[in-house]
Design a binder for this molecule. Structure first.
Ligand SMILES: [Zn+2]
Length: 420
C-alpha cells in the first residue's frame, strides 16, 4: 500500500482540486479523502503541497518509428528499432505518461511485454501495423520497389500496403489476431510520406467499410489519418470513430462530427502549429516541407471550430524517436494556438479524462486494461498519477519542466520519485 499525503488532488473531471490524501492498494486507488490513517506497513509519501493529477495520456504515438518512416528501411534492422522503441517508452513514462495509444507501427509485442510487467513503459494501446493502399501515407517502400516485392517496413509489419476489399480485410484481421487494440487506416494524404499529395483520398468507401466491419466484429473501432473534408466525410460514411490531424477540414465537417455518436478528434498542436511554424524535422524532403506549411495554416482554424461544436478532443503528440522528449510540449502547445477558447482545465482533460471512454472503445475483447478506469483519480481506477510542483489545472505550462514532475506512479508502481 502507498499513502500520499499533503497534496491537492485533481480527479481528472472536476473543475477544481481538493486537499486530500490518496491511498493506493496494489494497482488501484483504494481511498481518496482527507486525513487517511496510514495502514500498517504502508509506504507514506509526502507530496510536499504539490498537485496530484491522473497519469498523462498521449493518444498518438509511434514507438517503432524512431527516425521517421525511412530510417528502419535503410539504417537499422527490427531488433535495433525495437530496442529504440523501449527507450521511447521509458522516456514517456519518465515524462509522466502512464498510457499511450500507439497509432502505427508493430508495437504489438512491446505492448504485451509492458502489460506483463516485463518491460518498463506506459500502458500501450497498439494499432499494430497501419493499413495503407499502394502509394498511400503508409507506403514507406523505396521508389523503385516493384509490385508485390515488399520491403523492410512491410516485412516487419510496421505497415500493410494492401489494395482491394479482400486484402484490407485480411490485414485488419491479422492485426486483431496479433492483439491490436484498434485499427489505424491511412485514409488521405500525409505530410511525412513520399508518394501522396495531401489532398488525395486514400482507400475507397468499400475498403473503409470492410475494415470498419472487421473492427465491429471485435467490438473495437477504426482511427483514420487524414487532413481534409473529402476523406473525413468518407470515413464518417464508413463508420470510423477516431479522426487524426484534420487540419484542412471546414465547419460543416466539424458539425457533422459533433452530430455523430462516438466520434472524436485527436489533435497535434505541437506538430501542426508550434513545430511547423519554426521549421521542419531534418529528414523532411522539400515536398514534405510544402505539405507541412499547408497544415500549419489550418492549425489555427480547426481547433476553435471543434470547441464551438463540442467535439470530444484528445491530445496526441505524434512523435518519432528522440523527438519524444517534446511529448508534453504538445499539451502546452494547445494553449499557444491563438483564440481557441479552450481553458487550461479543458486542455488538461484532453490529456487525461477525455481519453477514458475512447480507450474503452477498444471493446472488452481487445481492451487490455478493461478491469478499471484510466485517466481519472477515482476509487477503483488504475492507480496512475503524477504529482507536479504547481497546479496544471490553472496553467498547463506547469507541465513544462521535468524538474517540476515530482512523482510518477503507474498501476501502484513508482517510476519516478523526486519527493525524497
Ligand atoms: Zn502519426
Amino acid at each position: 500500500m502507498i499513502l500520499i499525503t499533503n497534496v491537492n488532488v485533481w480527479d481528472g473531471t472536476s473543475d477544481s482540486t481538493i486537499s486530500a490524501d490518496v491511498l493506493i492498494e496494489g494497482d488501484k486507488f483504494k481511498e481518496i479523502k482527507a486525513n487517511i490513517k496510514a495502514p500498517k506497513g504502508a509506504t507514506v509519501i509526502d507530496g510536499q503541497g504539490g498537485t496530484l493529477i491522473p497519469g498523462l495520456i498521449d493518444m498518438h504515438q509511434h514507438l517503432m518509428l524512431w527516425g521517421g518512416t525511412t530510417e528502419g528501411t535503410y539504417e537499422y534492422d527490427a531488433y535495433g528499432q525495437g530496442a529504440r522503441a523501449i527507450k521511447m517508452a521509458e522516456r514517456l513514462i519518465q515524462q509522466g505518461y502512464t498510457t499511450v495509444r500507439d497509432i502505427g507501427g508493430n508495437s504489438l509485442s512491446i505492448s504485451r511485454l509492458i502489460l506483463e510487467g516485463k518491460l518498463d513503459g506506459p500502458r500501450v494501446y497498439s494499432a499494430g501495423p497501419v493499413i495503407s493502399q499502394t502509394g498511400g501515407h503508409g507506403d514507406w517502400g523505396p521508389t523503385n520497389e516493384m509490385p508485390g516485392e515488399g520491403n523492410y517496413q512491410t516485412m516487419t509489419a510496421n505497415t500493410h500496403v494492401v489494395d482491394g476489399v479482400p486484402e484490407v480485410i485480411k490485414a485488419a484481421r491479422w492485426n486483431f489476431r496479433n492483439g491490436a487494440n484498434f485499427i489505424k487506416v491511412m485514409a488521405g494524404g500525409g505530410v511525412a510520406s513520399t508518394f501522396d499529395p495531401l489532398n488525395m483520398t486514400q482507400m475507397n468507401i468499400d475498403e473503409l467499410k470492410a475494415i470498419v466491419e472487421v473492427a465491429n466484429a471485435y467490438e473495437s473501432y477504426v482511427a483514420v489519418h487524414s487532413y481534409h473534408d473529402r476523406s473525413y466525410n468518407m470515413a464518417l460514411d464508413a463508420g470510423v470513430k477516431s479522426f487524426e490531424h484534420g487540419f484542412l477540414i471546414t465547419e460543416p465537417t466539424v458539425k457533422r462530427m459533433s452530430e455523430t455518436e462516438g466520434v472524436f478528434w485527436s489533435w497535434q498542436p505541437y506538430g501542426s502549429y508550434t513545430l511547423f511554424a519554426g521549421g521542419f524535422p531534418d529528414w523532411f524532403t522539400p515536398d514534405m516541407r510544402e505539405k507541412g506549411a499547408a497544415v500549419n495554416k489550418g492549425a489555427v482554424i480547426v481547433p476553435p471550430l471543434m470547441r464551438k461544436y463540442g467535439v470530444t478532443v484528445v491530445l496526441g503528440s505524434d512523435m518519432f524517436g528522440d523527438e519524444v522528449r517534446f511529448a508534453r510540449t504538445n499539451i502546452i502547445s494547445a494553449k499557444e494556438v491563438p483564440d481557441t477558447g479552450y481553458t487550461d482545465l479543458e486542455i488538461l482533460k484532453m490529456a487525461t479524462s477525455n481519453c477514458t471512454k475512447i480507450l474503452q472503445m477498444s471493446g472488452p475483447g481487445r481492451d487490455p486494461y478493461k478491469a478499471a478506469k484510466l485517466g481519472v483519480v477515482e476509487v477503483g481506477a488504475w492507480a496512475d498519477l503524477n504529482i507536479w510542483k504547481d497546479d496544471p489545472t490553472k496553467d498547463v505550462t506547469a507541465l513544462k519542466s521535468d524538474d517540476d514532475l515530482k512523482l510518477v506512479i503507474k498501476g501502484g508502481k513508482v517510476y519516478k520519485n523526486n519527493l525524497k
